[in-house]
Design a protein around this ligand. Structure first.
Ligand code: WT7
Length: 632
């Protein structure tokens, strides 16, 4: 395993101390464990005002040479990727590092043959099949910037993302499997492309063997294109700060923003955080259940494990198919040692029959991880007891699309673990809590807004096409700090517990949505005048979506209207953003200046109307009684 792994608590303390006192020396030593075509000139240049952050400036590299080529000598025949299909009766597929290298090179050559070149943006809208992994790495191989859009987003959402980045190509599949369902992916792409003019080529991978519409001159089948294509493709030499990828995520205002990560820093941070947090050993089988469409899949299914030379398992299906024991069946089938999933998955499985877990041995497991949202104590204990049999450290990893990799987390078997606590920052990470005025809170046993005071290699560089938006979203709330948007508590021992978002972002099953984004979608419905969306505690999803909606006229059938509103959201964003509750109201609680008092709506949605605070400053205080009475 890479020689930058911390093994003891003392080593953690030493590494942490050095990372603060001499961050450049610290990161430069770690970066030296990678393959660079040319070494960097300066380790770090930064200011958080612009922001302008450059790691390993002047360094030249290709991340896929670090993921693949450099392992060929020592790990050529080691498994790089194991793919488990949706249907347990279908055969799984394994790729050694040598085979994966060939697949990626071939895919890269197909991209080139179809006109892709360095700097192009390529949208990838694909199910969890091996070709998705090849496609992402193939883009990186030729220096094209990948923008993976989770295959559950709607055509409209995909089109917005394609247009924002002006993608020239889309990589997709005919359809996808999701449990018992099959979904026509290519049809969604066709619909999206009716609104996109930048896309010149669509490469379609066959998954279901469906006959799909192929547009002459634009659409090609991957299996045709790959015929006779070379299994070797020299990697494009990239600058450290060249863009590696764009990944869209939601903010508190407006449309999703394209978070930009760059080659050098992201690479260093992905491997370092991966190897350390999970304490991965050479022969471990590691399984991250996230979809590659999210940052967790980017960093901890694909890049992190491959950079570390590990064996990563990729699963096409869902935890509940064909039954609630599927995760555990797969763990036993491959002897998975490290298992990384989301609290929402755990909570949904907790609802099933306990025998669905107890029927499997799970003996191979050594380390468990959690990511995406706060894990409540009940879920933590269930996971730790029934899956980890109380012998596996369970690391709660806090981070964000914008941070590129894990920031605050226990390090398995190295640093302390406390249920529902992300615990300590990784070396190189300098969190601080501030109050509403931005003043640092230095004592413990306090709550505050979570910020970072120093850059780390995986930090967001910009929001694609709109640098000002990055500045406003992350670097302007508190001067000189990166603001996470989360509130956190630091306990008496200095361990962090993440409380959740303090902005208008809600986290549904570990997926992020802006309340404004969902309101925008709802407002597209012709019957709707205005809407306000808030999150509320949901047993399985963490947060549910509660929409208060004002209609043009009192609907005859509220249920029809609700169904229609849901349809609108599904069309604009996707099924994943469906409101759980829609309350039709005649007005919204607003201040005299017209600002919606979300605090009140949140209380109603939570079912706690005993103390709504002062409502006397409202424009129309009566509306609150109506909303309370009609609460769902
Ligand atoms: C937001 C980031 C990081 C990959 C998946 C989500 C919440 C994430 C935790 C955790 C409590 C967490 C935060 C964060 N979050 N991990 N371990 N404990 N909250 O990435 O979509 O960018 O969302 O997810 O609120 O800000 P994302």
């Amino acid at each position: 395993m890479p020689n930058n792994q911390i093994k003891t608590y003392q080593e953690y303390e030493e590494a942490y101390k050095r990372s603060v006192e001499d961050p450049e020396g610290f990161w430069s030593d770690i970066a030296s464990t990678f393959t660079w075509r040319k070494k960097w000139n300066t380790t770090l240049e930064w200011n958080f005002e612009e922001p302008d952050i450059k790691w390993f400036k002047g360094g030249r590299l290709n991340i896929t040479e670090n993921c693949l080529d450099r392992h060929l000598k020592t790990r050529g025949n080691k498994l790089a990727l194991i793919w488990e299909p949706n249907d347990p009766k279908e055969r799984f597929v394994r790729y050694t590092y040598r085979e994966l290298h060939e697949k990626v090179c071939q895919f890269a050559n197909v991209l080139k043959k179809n006109g892709a070149k360095k700097g192009d943006r390529i949208c990838i809208y694909m199910p969890m099949i091996p070709e998705l992994a090849f496609a992402v790495l193939a883009c990186a191989r030729i220096g094209a910037i990948h923008s993976v859009v989770f295959a559950g987003f709607s055509a409209v959402a995909m089109a917005d993302r394609i247009n924002d980045a002006q993608c020239s190509m889309v990589l997709t599949s005919d359809g996808l499997n999701r449990g018992a369902k099959q979904i026509p992916v290519k049809r969604v792409v066709d619909e999206a492309l009716e609104r996109c003019y930048s896309v010149k080529k669509v490469i379609v991978v066959e998954r279901l063997g469906w006959a799909v519409n192929m547009v002459e001159g634009r659409d090609v089948w991957y299996h045709d294109e790959v015929q006779g294509v070379s299994k070797d493709c020299p990697a494009e030499e990239m600058d450290s700060e060249d863009m590696l990828f764009i990944l869209y995520t939601s903010g508190s205002t407006g449309k999703p923003k394209g978070v930009v990560h760059t080659c050098g820093g992201y690479m260093v941070y992905a491997q370092y955080s991966f190897s350390n947090v999970f304490q991965v050993q050479e022969n471990d089988i590691y399984w991250c259940t996230a979809d590659i469409g999210w940052i967790t899949g980017h960093t901890y299914l694909l890049y992190g494990p491959l950079l570390a030379g590990s064996t990563s398992l990729m699963f096409e299906g869902v935890p509940s198919y064909p039954d609630m024991g599927r995760f555990w069946q797969v763990v036993d089938k491959f002897g998975v040692n490290i298992f990384y999933t989301a609290p929402t998955a755990i909570r949904s499985l907790m609802g099933g029959d306990i025998d669905d877990v107890l029927s499997y041995s799970l003996d191979s497991l050594k380390v468990l991880g959690s990511v995406g949202e706060p894990i409540n104590e009940e879920a933590w204990h269930w996971y730790h007891t029934h899956v980890g049999k109380e012998r596996c450290p369970l690391v709660d990893t806090w981070w964000q699309t914008e941070t590129g990799g894990i920031m605050i987390s226990s390090i398995a078997n190295v640093t302390p673990i406390k249920p529902a606590h992300a615990a300590y920052p990784l070396p190189g990470i300098q969190p601080i809590l501030v109050d509403a005025e931005g003043k640092e809170i230095t004592e413990n046993e306090v709550e505050g807004y979570l910020c970072m005071k120093f850059p780390w290699p995986g930090i967001i560089r910009t929001t694609y096409g709109d640098h000002e938006r990055a500045r406003l979203s992350y670097f302007s709330t508190y001067k000189g700090l990166y603001f996470t948007g989360d509130g956190a508590k630091r306990d008496k021992d200095g361990l962090y517990r993440i409380i959740g978002r303090v902005d208008d972002v809600i986290n549904v099953s570990g997926h992020r949505f802006g309340t404004a984004e969902i309101e925008d979608a709802i407002n597209h419905n012709e019957h709707v005048v205005e809407s306000a969306v808030v999150g509320y505690p949901h047993d399985v999803k963490g947060q549910g979506i509660y929409a208060f909606v004002i209609c043009k006229e009192v609907p005859e059938r509220e249920d029809y209207l609700r169904a229609e509103i849901i349809e609108t959201v599904v069309e604009k964003i996707g099924k994943i953003a469906k409101p759980d509750k829609i309350q039709i109201v005649s007005g919204l609680p607003k201040t005299r200046s017209g600002k919606i008092m979300r605090r009140i709506l949140r209380k109603v949605a939570e079912g706690d109307t005993s103390n709504l605070g002062d409502t006397s400053t409202l424009l129309d205080p009566d509306v609150v009684d109506e909303i309370k009475a009609g609460a769902l």
